[in-house]
Design a protein around this ligand. Structure first.
Ligand SMILES: C[S@@+](CC[C@H](N)C(=O)[O-])C[C@H]1O[C@@H](n2cnc3c(N)ncnc32)[C@H](O)[C@@H]1O
Length: 310
């Protein structure tokens, strides 16, 4: 026989537990419903802007394209049909996904173009060499850290919306006859190339003084914000600022002039960043030093603090 006091206490605990479970279930339902809400309304990109986006990103049959919020699938379908590009689109709205699948079917590209009902924030983008999107500024900003972490060289094209301080590598503005239904308007197209991560110090040697000359050791220290890179070079105890630094994806180039004992020598470097190496060529010109050289730089200490935002 359970004493009356214990029975009441059990009943109260039971009620409290049931209330907490119901509240937790309600919160989960609200959260799930929110996650399924489209964050961006459906407005299709006019076909001429789709064509321009693909052209600006130099999309080809070798690319893998992912459209984030794919609507009726026009970007993925156009790339598959006209360029032979493989890829997929994701949309949170099942009606849009069905439309896109139908359009892929009509265009005869179901072997190249797929569509999934999925939240774009839950989508694995690692396969992409090109990302396309027509979203909203705050959604672009939310995606930005994930996009910056994609494979260097991945191209991202956005219709109409920027990514604030991450300035585009190319930009186009066009007038379209039919933008929203029947009325015309202006469309902006932004292109970014995910930059390689270059901050820190890099070292290499060049035997620039001709046959038998002692190789000189160069040390360059780079700081980077998005694709903007600045730095200094140090060689034979002299330092100089880097000039004309350009980083597009994995392609880097810069120049500087130093006097390493035989008069001022103009140095021009261009190469490809491959992880902790840069492989490319150097061109030197001075009164007593002229020539083209192979350039192989190795990363020393990586300066994590000067990396772009995450
Ligand atoms: C402006 S439309 C762009 C459609 C297509 N990309 C185009 O350019 O024609 C945005 C699309 O994003 C979808 N969308 C909104 N929020 C989403 C999310 N969280 N995940 C996936 N798709 C989403 C909408 O359903 C809509 O179809």
């Amino acid at each position: 026989m359970i004493p009356r006091f214990n029975r009441v206490r059990r009943w109260v605990y039971g009620c409290a537990e049931a209330f907490l479970l119901s509240a937790a279930a309600l919160l989960l339902c609200v959260g799930a419903a929110r996650a399924q809400q489209p964050r961006v309304p459906y407005v299709p990109t006019p076909q001429e802007v789709v064509d321009r986006m693909l052209q600006m990103a130099k999309v080809s049959a070798n690319d893998y394209l992912i459209d984030l919020g794919s609507g009726d699938g026009r970007i993925v379908v156009t790339a598959a049909k006209t360029l032979g590009t493989r890829g997929f689109g994701v949309d949170i709205n099942p009606v849009r996904v069905s439309e896109a699948m139908e359009n892929a079917q009509k265009a005869g590209v179901t072997d190249k173009a797929a569509f999934y009902q999925r939240d774009l924030f839950q989508t694995d983008l690692s396969q992409a060499s090109v990302i396309t999107m027509y979203l909203l500024p705050r959604v672009n900003m939310e995606l930005r850290p994930k996009l910056l972490d994609l494979k260097p060289g991945t191209r991202i094209v956005s219709h109409d919306f920027s990514m604030d301080e991450w300035k585009p590598d190319a930009f186009a503005q066009m007038y379209v006859k039919e933008k929203y239904g029947n009325s015309g308007g202006q469309s902006d197209v932004f292109l970014w190339v995910v930059p390689a991560k270059t901050p820190g110090s890099w070292r290499w040697e060049l035997a620039a003084g001709g046959k038998g000359a002692k190789p000189l050791t160069y040390t360059v220290t780079l700081a980077q914000t998005f694709q903007m890179v600045t730095g200094n070079v140090s060689v034979t105890g002299r330092t100089a600022p880097l000039q004309n630094v350009k980083l597009t994806g994995t392609e880097i180039s810069f120049s500087f002039t130093v006097d390493s004992g035989t008069g001022p020598v103009r140095h021009e470097f261009k190469g490809r960043v491959e992880g902790d190496s840069i492989i490319g060529s150097a061109s030197l010109s001075g009164s007593r030093t002229q020539g083209q050289y192979e350039w192989n730089a190795a990363r020393g200490v990586q300066n994590k603090t000067s990396q772009q935002d995450r």
